[in-house]
Design a protein around this ligand. Sequence first.
Ligand code: AMP
Ligand code: ZN
Length: 509
Amino acid sequence: MLDVKVNLYNTLGKRVEEFKPNEEGKVGMYTCGPTVYHFAHIGNLRTYIMEDVLEKTLRFIGYDVKRVMNITDVGHLSSDGDTGEDKMLAGAKREHKSVMDIAKFYTDAFKTDALKLNIRWPDVVDPATNCIDEFIEMIEVLLDKGYAYVAGENVYFDTSKLKDYYCLSAQNEDELVIGARDDVDEDTNKRNKADFVLWFTKSKFENQELKWESPWGLGYPGWHIECSCISKKHLGEYLDIHCGGVDNIFPHHTNEIAQSESYFGHKWCNYWFHVNHLNTSSGKMAKSAGGFLTVSSLEEKDYDPMVYRLFCLQSHYRKPLEFSYDALDNVAAAYDKLIARIKRLEVSDEIKNELLSVSGKTSDVTDGRVPMSEAGKAPDCVDQKIYLDYEKRFAEALAGDINTSSAITVLYDVLKADADDATKAALILRFDEVLSLDLKRAFVSSDEQSDAGDAVDSELAAYVEGKIAERAAAKKNKDFATADAIRDELAGKGIVIKDTREGTTWEKA
Ligand code: AMP
Ligand code: ZN
């Protein structure tokens, strides 16, 4: 463990505070996951990139982190304040698919985008529809303790029972009328304006596709309960860090605190980490606004996802960030220059291989979970003093409220430092365990890169051939629905198949 104090801005105390986990050396971290009714846009992904840096900073210093994320596949209405359309249902209608198909497709798409941006897939990822029993249990306890009530056959949380409901958001009841809530059609079942739904049975969604039996009738959970429950399920009753975008502060995180602390009867989460928005010249990038940018739209314009990651790292997570292609072009040039500078380091193949294996870069990588090097332990082939000095400087930059641009400055300092090239290379690989900008590409020859590409291609070919064989078997059995479903599944992955006299052929679209 490095001797570095971590200071984080805590939305709860509204100031930068020293981070102290509940259990020494261990961190429980919860992240609000995506609502999977559409692709994640690059604004959502800014939040996930910066949370990834926070997680990796803690790991870099030597903490043992367990990170949990939910997938919102039920219950999130178009207004965060329980009114409007169900987002998942709207997505299913738009694409003439079932809600579960939509959820699966966009969860997979989210994971693909996250991995392209070198975001480590959290240790636990749990969809809301997988946790219905836990939601019901928590709601029952809240009713028993008098924090919830049934009205109009829905279950509501009674915010008037809390002394400090607005502890996170510095809102007040009066502001609610005109402020954060964009809806006007008030729910007359609510005893107080800020009350929110824990379980819906009678709502305006007669046609809600997913419903479960509950003590209050056939229905489905509200949005906020899922994060309280999924966090409790995997991280227990004391949480170290909870993160999300700033739009989650109210009402979502405010309501999570209300539910969890009423349920547990004590303080629940100590640190709240919120990432500010990515904006365009016309305002916040939003899924509901349409016309948003995705990782694929950047790739179509030939931007490497690493360039977008660097774009995010260059500014502080608490400041709004304005997206423009001009800004991205500047970052792309800086990224190319950086790789070229690293390439000029003179490091023998033997040392390169040693460093790549020490930093875990060549070992099995699944779900972006690249193993971290041990903190405070320099590889044998480098100058120990210089390595440990810069490792600490880099950690300290990040530990100052995740100051990514200062951390990048330390990287450039290393390149300029009076040190041998092997030590510089080792430090760059070590820093990249947090920055995750794929800087190792500077050390891998283009032959090796194309070998890796070939391996991916042959894996893809084996997968497609397998699917084509399955489809042929289905057709033989006159099961045309399955055959069509397989063709659509491949099309969804960008593979076009053609039936010819010689058999079925395929190509990438
Ligand atoms: P959603 O899928 O809409 O539930 O949002 C996923 C995450 O992205 C949440 O943590 C949001 O707070 C965050 N988010 C939404 N819009 C933006 C934006 N324009 N910039 C940064 N983060 C955002
Ligand atoms: Zn959440």
